[in-house]
Design a protein around this ligand. Structure first.
Ligand SMILES: [Zn+2]
Ligand SMILES: [Zn+2]
Ligand SMILES: [Zn+2]
Length: 356
């Protein structure tokens, strides 16, 4: 919560000076960043969040013995819950004919992702799928690892216009067992899960894509593409509702309604449940995640970079340097993470680490 301008405590002023617009006082009385990942709430914290994740994404592609691995960009979508208008974006390739009979142009944005027939559209099915998407990804990654044990991943969940999640995953597999892109796509797309809430089978949609890329070739481009997706998913889906065109708004209201009525867990009584899942079209998943380091796996980041580590390093940096610099301190700590990457690389080499 933002303090009154006359009565800003020194701790709060310090956090404000670093760029956070809404410092929070913790139970112990210390002031910390609000940590929002939504740009409209706090641009500075949202940028930190995006930058931190982008650094983790990069460290799984560039910070290791890349010649021993193959890399893929895998995209998985949700099934259909009824036909929607297909409206191209500015600069996108030529429009195919839409199910409504028209050939839309970007000027028809007011119809983008809106059902052709809202009466028959399966709103309940869609929010339930969003709810169960996390379990489905969990089954999917297990299945992939059953086949390719060395597989590590970094995933970003993105909202499609119709209000359903889809998944972009950076995937890394050791070269000696690396599959063709199509085999990976097929194995992922056909994975299924059983909903823990209502016992129904949860599946991916028919649309799936998988492209191999090289860390020393188009790797940078792929990471750039993913960072763009990161920007997009960090927009505040719910709060943009009042600027939405009427038809889009109606669709969002219907989805919101369905999400409030659905059960989020086996014991959920929707009318008495305060879980945020009911306000996010059913979604409970974290937007971004990466496979973790364990005793027998490197995890996605070759150098063991995690959000916890990034936060610790930033805190340490501020205590060491930020305090002396006073008002001249930059709003965002420069990356001490590069040092860390170099240090970890040396350790890995010293331990004779190589692909499993
Ligand atoms: Zn903030
Ligand atoms: Zn249409
Ligand atoms: Zn609930």
């Amino acid at each position: 919560m933002r303090a009154d301008s006359e009565s800003i405590e020194p701790g709060a002023a310090d956090v404000l000076a670093r760029g956070c617009s809404s410092p929070i006082k913790t139970a112990t009385g210390a002031w910390v960043r609000c940590g929002s990942r939504i740009k409209s709430k706090c641009a500075s914290c949202a940028e930190l969040y995006r930058g931190d994740w982008a650094a983790i994404a990069r460290s799984g592609v560039f910070d290791g013995p890349v010649e021993q691995f193959r890399f893929y960009l895998l995209t998985l979508t949700a099934p259909s819950f009824g036909r929607v208008h297909r409206v191209p974006r500015d600069g996108a390739e030529g429009p195919a004919r839409c199910g409504c009979g028209a050939t839309h142009t970007p000027r028809d944005a007011a119809l983008r992702g809106v059902p052709l027939d809202s009466e028959s559209y399966d709103y309940a099915g869609q929010v339930a799928w969003n709810r169960d998407a996390g379990v489905l990804w969990d089954r999917t990654r297990r299945r992939l690892r059953d086949r390719w044990d060395s597989l590590e991943y970094f995933i970003v969940r993105e909202w499609q216009d119709r209000g359903v999640l889809h998944v972009h995953a950076l995937v890394r597999v050791a070269r000696f067992e690396a599959p063709a892109a199509d085999a990976l796509r097929q194995a992922a797309r056909t994975a299924t899960a059983v909903s823990r809430v209502d016992g129904t089978v949860v599946e991916w949609g028919a649309q799936a894509k998988c492209d191999a890329f090289r860390a020393d070739g188009d790797g940078a481009k792929t990471i750039w593409y993913l960072s763009k997706a990161l920007n997009y998913v960090l927009k505040d889906v719910a709060s943009s509702a009042d600027e939405a065109p009427l038809e889009v708004w109606r669709h969002q209201v219907a989805l919101g309604d369905a999400a409030r009525r659905m059960r989020c867990g086996r014991d959920c009584e929707p009318q008495n449940c305060s879980s945020l899942v009911h306000q996010r079209y059913g979604s409970r998943s974290q937007v971004v995640s990466a496979s973790r380091r364990t005793s027998d796996r490197s995890g996605w980041s070759f150098v063991g970079l995690t959000r916890t580590l990034q936060r610790r390093l930033r805190r340490e940096w501020w205590t060491r340097v930020g305090a002396d610099a006073g008002a001249d301190a930059p709003a965002i700590a420069p990356e001490p993470l590069e040092d860390l990457a170099a240090r970890s690389r040396r350790e890995l080499v010293a331990r004779g680490w190589s692909a499993p």
